[in-house]
Ligand binder design. Structure first.
Ligand code: ADP
Ligand code: MG
Ligand code: ZN
Length: 475
């Protein structure tokens, strides 16, 4: 029997507002434990929360960018549960009237192009963090994160493969970054995804029972967790048992998930309207003002790169998927005015080096003007392409000046035509057999002769010029 996976995602993104959702404490990541909090975000009795307007604006922006309907009259609800990192014993969230509904995100990748439905987006507050101390066998609570604003983006169960899930997350991440509403650092938890997954026999309409996996903090972990959970559920079904609806914790080191708790239903939380907050009223005018201020989003930018710059669909997607890379591309291209050449540089070793470091991080160490300088030096025929690559590797890490580097290491090409001509003559004289072969019709050996000349000239020559001179001499 063949099985099909059905996946729906709940994505939490921490918003990059300066202050928290209901108080004026900073949202800054880290800090000494319990120094970024106040009576409001630690839920002292009698305090009153006050909604941060920026959170609503960010929510509207994300909703518009994902084709959602914006709720003109929304509300907050209390979701009650006891957990040591949530001192109030409830989370202020939105159940009945979330800020956005019925949206969609287009995704594409190898062999698929489809639309994923967005069920809803709601605003809520983050909880604190528990830090386990294995030496003293104690657990400490750090409330700095309590009240950091979150948007929870809930998809429809529209995914059928891990590739679709990753493509969606990449698109969503790019969209959030373009909007400037979140830094989306998965390592710091500002973008987190819960994966709801079920399996069903191929052809069956009805969905199977789902599990929810939490604690997924990199794309790689998500892909691994999906593969493992699919396999586990198929094994359960094949052995004649039933999949249990539960929350599971993924342990990426072990490559396994563990049951955490059986899955609650909404009624278990005793949701009720939050009495301390006024309804969220969003006027048509406010919504349209935000719509008008939206920046160019990844999809449009990709289109521009294809239509105006002539980049391939694939290259345009890779570049625009990472906002920092697209911005860098523009900066370099503004100087060198050769989009295809710039794309070739950025999508090779450049991309690999920028991705070194932590999972899903992207760090550009070389200034755009310096990258442009390397490309310019090749165009000016000051250095050849190979030397250009070497220079790139040499200057990347410490952001050195490439032109100064070329000078310092005497890497400029031999400009002296007579020296190149002498070298060509010398190489031909030293390789009579090869010359014979060439004249006998084996023109492929020309490459070898170019290589020999290059070696003589310590790599500092224009291969095109050598090639032409060799051909000339061999006529
Ligand atoms: P809850 O809020 O209790 O987690 P929801 O009904 O809001 O439950 O669903 C959460 C997520 O699970 C949504 O992204 C939804 O698309 C997905 N989902 C629902 N049913 C299934 C299923 N049978 N298989 C896979 N995913 C599912
Ligand atoms: Mg859920
Ligand atoms: Zn506070």
């Amino acid at each position: 029997m063949k099985y099909e996976m059905v996946i729906g995602l709940e994505v939490h993104t921490e918003l990059s507002t300066k202050s928290k959702i209901f108080c004026s404490c900073t949202t800054e990541f880290g800090g000494e434990p319990n120094t970024h909090c106040c009576p409001i975000c630690t839920g002292m009795p009698g305090v009153l929360p006050k909604l941060n307007k920026k959170v609503v604006e960010y929510g509207i922006a994300v909703g518009l960018a994902t084709n959602c309907e914006i709720t003109p009259y929304g509300k907050f609800d209390r979701k009650n549960y006891f957990y040591p990192d949530l001192p109030k014993a409830y989370q202020v969230s939105q159940l009945y009237l979330p800020i956005c509904r019925n949206g969609s995100v287009e995704i594409e990748g190898e062999g698929f192009h489809k639309t994923i439905g967005i069920h809803e987006i709601h605003m809520e507050e983050d909880a604190g963090k528990l830090i386990h101390d294995p030496i003293f066998d104690t657990t400490r609570a750090d409330y700095n994160r309590c009240g950091v604003p979150l948007l929870e983006i809930v998809s429809e169960p529209d995914f059928r493969s891990a590739e679709e899930v990753i493509a969606y997350l990449e698109t969503l991440k790019a969209t959030l970054q373009y909007l400037g509403v979140s830094d989306c650092k998965m390592q710091e938890g500002s973008l987190r995804a819960d994966v709801n997954l079920s399996v069903r026999p191929e052809g069956q309409e009805e969905f199977g029972t789902r599990t929810e996996m939490k604690n997924l903090n990199s794309f790689r972990a998500i892909a691994r967790a999906i593969a493992a959970e699919k396999k586990r559920q198929i094994e359960v079904v094949e052995s004649g048992e039933k999949v249990i609806q539960e929350t599971r914790r993924w342990d990426d080191d072990a490559g396994k998930s563990y049951a955490m708790r059986s899955k609650e239903d909404a009624q278990d939380y005793r949701y009720f309207p939050e009495p301390d907050l006024a309804p969220v009223v969003i006027s048509e005018a406010w919504k349209e003002k935000i719509r008008a201020s939206l920046p160019m989003l990844p999809r449009e930018r990709k289109k521009k790169y294809i239509e105006e710059y002539g980049l391939s669909e694939y290259d345009a997607r890779l570049i625009t998927e990472i906002k920092a890379l697209a911005d860098y591309f523009d900066e370099v291209n503004d100087i060198v005015k050769n989009p295809k050449e710039v794309a070739n540089w950025l999508l090779g070793d450049f991309m690999r080096l920028a991705k070194e470091g932590e999972d899903d991080s992207f760090n550009i160490l070389l200034d755009a003007a310096k990258m442009a300088e390397i490309i310019k030096m090749i165009k000016e025929n000051l250095i050849n392409r190979n030397t250009g690559k070497d220079v790139f590797f040499a200057v990347w890490k410490e952001n050195l000046d490439p032109r100064a580097y070329v000078e310092e290491h005497d890497l400029a090409m031999v400009g002296d035509d007579s020296l190149v001509r002498d070298t060509v003559a010398k190489v031909l004289a030293a390789n009579p057999k090869t010359v014979e072969e060439y004249k006998g019709g084996k023109t492929k050996v020309l490459g070898f002769l170019v290589g020999q000349c290059m070696k003589e000239l310590k790599g500092k020559a224009d291969p095109g010029a050598i090639n032409a001179m060799l051909r000339d001499a061999l006529k």
